[in-house]
Ligand binder design. Structure first.
Ligand SMILES: Nc1ncnc2c1ncn2[C@@H]1O[C@H](COP(=O)(O)OP(=O)(O)O)[C@@H](O)[C@H]1O
Ligand SMILES: O=C(O)[C@@H](O)C(=O)COP(=O)(O)O
Length: 458
């Protein structure tokens, strides 16, 4: 860092772990030294330009989410952050009561008021916003598989309406013609909306260049909100405005990590189901029957026996994934939150067995809420990210409590993202050390040329 560089430029608060690690990996890929901590207890290390606090606040009570988010913001501000970024899902996953609106409004108030932009689009995967309506490819959000999400079913595609229903302030739309006109037009629009009393502004966003324009318009707002994709365009703005220098940028490295390998999946998203099917064509998969768990079966012991049978010789997957009809029947019988809590508790218990008892050192977790429970159960409070490699592909390394010389290669995969063979490919990739040069001029990054470096994990 140069003498003029602030200690911490950017402090992000993520409402789940998959999205938060994705955000950090994007900044790392841009060359921005970035660290992640889990929850509110871990200290924020010094010497980085960006920091992401990973919370699990997406579906909890709004008052609790607000409390946690404000505490995280206070810690980031104390560490010197000049901008707070509130990260949520590209599909605006939220409950009817929040937590996007209440958290953003509380942050805005804490940061002195003004206007916040809401930019959830992830153009790379076809998740766009036009006339305030979110699309997943050609489908409106409310007509996409997201309407069946087990925790945050999104049935209204109109994000202005969704955000207004969970906010006190007035919500407005920065329409596509303004976004397309570029950063100056967006900044002017912010002033005009603000004068009309609209403080929460959803941005239409179709193309990657729109994300760049929005980031340029928002780089010096005290609060920015959205998906990782818009934050990935902040580093070029920081460079252009002299907040960082090219000498501050760093290559991203990950060590090679060997050891038994496993996938834990609690996502019931179509994409994860497809990825599990592909994995199971060549590798052992155990699907846990939650109905039998509710009936008293010891499914954790069953999972232990399955893992002991196959590890360390094979890569394994253990999932609670079930078809939509089964998910609905379970939720009707036991309640949505109780089913989610049961699945998360089971997978967290299995994670402890895999990692602590059976020596798993390469782990992929599918699902944001699931990842939150698993990481907590393993006692991990900080995560070092590698460079973002594409949707769903954000490898990391974590240290287990009391085991600083025995790292865990970790990937927390968003339920809805990633290619069909992501599980086997990533578990194999984890055995190779990688170094990736900063992708400051091009975005999204091309699949990085993996440059093997010598030596094992340190
Ligand atoms: N068979 C199941 N039926 C209902 N809910 C489930 C089932 N298996 C897992 N779940 C729960 O569904 C939720 C999925 O959310 P999450 O892990 O965030 O995945 P995603 O990334 O796809 O949103 C979790 O709370 C998980 O415990
Ligand atoms: O937008 C995304 O998909 C991610 O940024 C994200 O937040 C993932 O959340 P889950 O799909 O719940 O894992």
């Amino acid at each position: 860092m140069t003498a003029s560089t602030p200690s911490l430029l950017f402090g992000a608060i993520a409402d789940d772990l998959t999205g938060g690690t994705e955000l950090a990996s994007m900044l790392v890929a841009r060359g921005i030294p970035t660290r992640c901590t889990v929850g509110l207890d871990a200290p924020i290390p010094s010497g980085n330009l960006a920091h992401v606090i990973l919370l699990k606040t997406r579906v909890i009570a709004a008052s609790d989410a607000v409390r946690q988010v404000l505490e995280a913001a206070d810690r980031l501000i104390e560490a010197g952050a000049r901008q707070i970024f509130f990260k949520y899902c590209a599909t605006f996953d939220s409950t009817p009561a929040g937590n996007i609106g209440p958290c953003a409004e509380a942050l805005l108030k804490r940061l002195g008021g003004g206007v916040a932009l809401f930019t959830p689009a992830l153009c790379e995967t076809g998740r766009t916003v036009y006339q305030g309506h979110m699309f997943g490819g050609v489908q409106l959000l409310g007509e996409s598989p997201k309407r069946f999400d087990p925790l945050t079913p999104m049935t209204d595609s109109n994000l202005v309406r969704v955000l207004q229903a969970q906010s006190k302030g007035k919500v407005g739309l920065v329409p596509y013609l303004v976004v397309d006109a570029g950063a100056v037009a967006i900044r002017n629009a912010i002033g005009e909306h603000s004068a009309r009393g609209e403080t929460l502004l959803v941005t239409d966003t179709i193309r990657e260049r729109d994300l760049a324009a929005i980031a340029e318009a928002a780089f010096d707002l005290p609060l920015m909100t959205g998906n990782s994709s818009v934050a990935a365009h902040l580093p070029p703005a920081w460079l252009a405005h002299g907040l960082v220098n090219s000498g501050d940028l760093a290559a991203a490295s990950l060590p090679a990590i060997e050891g038994p390998a496993a996938v834990l999946a609690g996502s019931v998203a179509d994409r994860t189901i497809e990825q599990l099917d592909r994995f199971a064509q060549k590798n052992p998969l155990l699907t846990i029957d939650l109905a039998s768990a509710f009936a008293g079966a010891d499914v954790v012991a069953q999972a232990r026996a399955f893992a002991e049978l196959h590890l360390p010789g094979a890569m394994i997957a253990i999932a609670t994934t079930a078809p939509q009809a089964t998910v609905e029947a379970l939720q009707q019988a036991h309640g949505r939150d109780a089913v989610a809590a049961k699945a998360e508790e089971i997978l967290a218990g299995i994670a402890q067995i895999l990692v602590r008892d059976l020596g798993v050192r390469r782990l992929v977790v599918a699902g944001g809420e699931t990842a939150g429970s698993v990481v907590k159960a393993l006692g991990i409070d900080r995560i070092a990210m590698g460079a973002y490699e594409g949707p769903g592909l954000s490898r990391a390394v974590a240290h287990l409590p009391g085991q600083p010389s025995d790292p865990l290669a970790l990937m927390l995969k968003s339920g809805k993202l990633g290619g069909p063979d992501i599980f086997a490919d990533v578990l194999q990739d984890m055995t190779r050390a990688t170094t990736v040069a900063p992708a400051i001029d091009t975005w999204p990054p091309a699949k990085p040329a993996i440059r093997p470096t010598t030596g094992k994990a340190s």
